[in-house]
Design a protein around this ligand. Sequence first.
Ligand SMILES: *Cc1c(COP(=O)(O)O)cnc(C)c1O
Length: 404
Amino acid sequence: MLDIKKIRQDFPILNREVNGKPLVYLDNAATSQTPQQVIDVIVDYYSNYNANIHRGVHSLSQEATDKYEEARLKIQHHFNAKHAYEIILTSGTTESINLVAHGFGSLLEKGDEIIVSALEHHSNIVPWQMLCEKTGATLKVIPMTQEGELDMSTYADLLSAKTKLVFVNHISNALGTINPIESIIEQAHKAGAAVLLDGAQACPHIKPDVQALDVDFYVTSAHKICGPTGVGMLYGKQEWLEKLPPYQGGGEMIATVSFEKTTYAGLPHKFEAGTPNICGGIAFGAALDYMNAIGFDTIAAYENELLDYATQELLKIEGLKIYGTSKNKTSVISFNLEGIHPYDVGTLLDKMGIAVRTGHHCAQPIMAFYNIPGTIRASFAFYNTKAEVEALITGVKKAKMMLS
Ligand SMILES: *Cc1c(COP(=O)(O)O)cnc(C)c1O
């Protein structure tokens, strides 16, 4: 059981008011809030041992390096990677994806194919389009169904010996659908293709095991799992990370430099050019500690209760339509009120202190599929309460009355 009172005390921001009303924060799919335990780690870093890492003999630098590498180990253990050097610390999901896309630039040839899904975030579409332009490879798209699920029979048809890489999100940020990743990975491997999973939306709810999944690449951002912005990770199987060329040149990623020839450092440093987000990396580790102490099974069970309750109550509102009705989904609800623009509802909810996301959620192809400009998206975290769900329901009813 989750001790919600105690948990809410960990998040100072949940005590504030917005527009004279208590904050009801239901935009967790965009970014999560930060517990005091993680804030303390950030303050401690800048107060006590701020120094550059991997390059000083002095004590502060050693201390910062140790803490940073300790964070890498925490991330390794969390995702059950075989080796710590298979964890590359990046600025987030977007950079991790671009790193892999850049690397595949030197592995692909004209005629090769990349498969992505119709449920992707823009950060998962654009890098592959750029890669295809550069290499002459072709982009294929797994279509989606009305329920917001992937059409798996078309996926099977799209796979062939030409497929080099399959890229899907583990969970859709716009609809909350949990994709059948085990089957996606297994079928891709049979065709000889590598798989990259975007876990940005999955990691707040699920603890993925990259070895059990046998996935080739897995990426995520810390800021959706109670950590700071501007830091995230790329997990890659050693064999793949060795195959990919470095992403950026700079300090830290080299072994030797001369004007005749530069040799690159080994993993993970080959992909970590320049001074990283040191404090962010350490805080990322602390955020995983925080969430693991609560437990992902506990978190998921609690969030599912909120999801079921909110879904049931929202559907009682006449003219309200939910997009993304997969049985297998996380605590994200995308919806619209008939004849009312989502932006207007979002603006009124904000006046009531309720933070939701409105718009296309960086997933315009999904909105085009449903033929809508956008949705109102409420996304719940383990620190939200049933009372907050009730505030949302009341707010939506009020907004409907005012706007129709
Ligand atoms: C948030 C999100 C991203 C982008 O993450 P950044 O931290 O902005 O790089 C990518 N994919 C999904 C599914 C997301 O939810």
